[in-house]
Design a protein around this ligand. Structure first.
Ligand SMILES: [Zn+2]
Length: 300
């Protein structure tokens, strides 16, 4: 559907802008968070997608979620959210965590816009870039996803599924390079980290299956899914991102991930930099996401 090479180059350009031109995107550098929000906003504006910065208070300054919408117009039957946090851990430029996800989010929006022109899709997709996810905001009301999900529940927003992109740029091919949280390692999962993972809770089962089925139509990107009981409270590693904010408000949500520290040894380290990323892997994820959205053809 997309030109993988061209998409890989565009993804790399976003990674350079976010991690080298801007750099660390933590609460230590509010001006960098502001620059990032603006980078995202400008991207959508330039490709002709309606976008807004949605500010909220963080301790003594303001941060912004950035929200963009692509819709077929008249009351589409489905509405999905594609979310990713744009901050990085203090002391890191966060290439995999989580500039990779922002880059995939942006290029998926570009691809979806083109797709809307060709195929009659019965769909709205809202792209939300969350300001804060990492410590010290992690687990507090200052998380961008909590701010969004709380309000969405209060205002009874229609969300048929939330897709959280969390670290999606790292692949490894040596047998044994892929680790698993206890007890999942005993279930015969692959030893190579060449796949993308989908983590869901029980409530999101049907939504996850639809995503999984669509992803399986991309032979270039293997996909593995894991369903976790009790909203992940017994395997805390699977709650480590913005999808959990949506689980907690009763929405269907999944996390799409390269499995973070179970694969990437640079997790939360200053060495989480762009030369470790796999841009073709990321471009294939854009393709898989578009396959999912494309599966929502409107009735002829
Ligand atoms: Zn993260």
């Amino acid at each position: 559907m997309i030109d993988i090479q061209q998409t890989a180059e565009r993804l790399e350009a976003h990674l350079r802008a976010l991690t080298e031109t801007i750099g660390e995107r933590s609460v230590r550098y509010p001006e960098n968070l502001d620059k990032t929000a603006d980078y995202i906003r400008l991207f959508y504006e330039n490709i002709g997608i309606a976008v807004q910065r949605d500010p909220y208070d963080y301790v003594d300054f303001k941060v912004d979620n950035v929200i963009a919408d692509i819709s077929t117009g008249a009351q589409p039957s489905r509405r999905y959210l594609l979310g990713a946090h744009y901050d990085s851990v203090s002391g890191t430029v966060g290439a995999d965590d989580n500039a990779s996800a922002i880059a995939v989010q942006l290029e998926t929006a570009r691809g979806l816009k083109a797709l809307f022109k060709q195929a009659g899709l019965d769909l709205t997709v809202t792209f939300v870039s969350f300001a804060l996810e990492e410590p010290p905001a992690y687990g507090t009301r200052y998380m961008g996803s909590r701010v969004y999900a709380k309000r969405a529940r209060k205002e009874q927003e229609k969300i048929d599924g939330m897709i959280c992109l969390e670290m999606v740029g790292y692949a490894c091919y040596e047998p044994g390079c892929q680790k698993y949280p206890f007890p999942l390692g005993f279930f015969g999962y692959p030893k190579q980290g060449n796949y993308i993972g989908i983590v869901s809770n029980f409530k999101s089962g049907k939504f996850t299956q639809a995503l999984f089925n669509a992803f399986q139509n991309n032979p270039e990107l293997p996909v593995i899914k894991t369903k976790i009981p009790f909203n992940g409270r017994i395997v805390p590693a699977v709650r480590l991102s913005d999808h959990a904010s949506f689980w907690d408000q009763g929405f269907k949500a999944v996390m799409i991930t390269d499995t973070a520290f179970f694969r990437n040894p640079h997790y939360h380290c200053p060495s989480d930099t762009i030369e470790k990323l796999d841009y073709r892997f990321m471009a294939e994820l854009v393709e898989s996401l578009l396959l999912f959205f494309k599966s929502h053809q409107s009735e002829p």
